[in-house]
Design a protein around this ligand. Structure first.
Ligand code: SF4
Ligand code: SF4
Length: 166
């Protein structure tokens, strides 16, 4: 080991050069939540209960999504559509209650694949943090997409990538 190496100067200069080289590189960090990274096209986020183009609920409470769910996260109660409710529900049966336990959900997407009515799909949003367990039981009010006829902006937002606080 020569004198320079004994003084560790080469190693110090090499380390400093690496440090300075990072000053001119693009920052990998972003100012969340003001800035947000785009999700991958295959990202599977929070479920949404879908409506048709006339704003009617698509779900018929057939239960296939609950059967397909490996985490047993979905529960529902079916009801018969009454006369005069044709503008609310697409089929003769609908889900009077539909719940997903987000603490159980593993976002596998099997519920979406199992649904024959295009009624549930995983969006590009995610479940916001919460201090209580009950806040992670998402009911129909939380899951149902806004009506595209009466609330086109909310409908577009629900399909987008902006997380919505509960
Ligand atoms: S994404 Fe998977 S785990 Fe979550 S509710 Fe759907 S089927 Fe169940
Ligand atoms: S979301 Fe689809 S699979 Fe699940 S109960 Fe409704 S219609 Fe059936």
């Amino acid at each position: 080991m020569n004198l320079m190496e004994r003084m560790f100067l080469p190693a110090i200069f090499k380390g400093m050069s690496i440090t300075f080289s990072h000053l001119f590189k693009k920052r990998p960090t972003i100012n969340y939540p003001e800035e947000q990274r785009p999700f991958s096209a295959v990202f599977r986020g929070l479920q949404i209960l879908n409506r048709d183009e006339e704003g009617r609920e698509r779900c018929t409470a057939c239960g296939l999504c609950a059967v397909a769910c490996p985490a047993e996260a979905i529960t529902m109660e079916a009801a018969e559509r009454q006369t005069g409710e044709e503008h609310l529900y697409r089929e003769e049966k609908y889900a009077a209650k539909y719940e997903i336990n987000m603490l159980r959900c593993i976002f596998c997407g099997l519920c979406e694949e199992a649904c024959p009515k295009d009624a549930v799909y995983l969006s590009q949003t995610f479940a916001p943090s919460n201090f209580g367990r009950t806040g992670f039981i998402y009911g129909k009010d939380d899951l149902l997409i806004p009506n595209p006829l009466t609330d086109p902006e909310g409908h577009a937002k629900a399909k987008g990538t902006i997380p919505q606080a509960k």
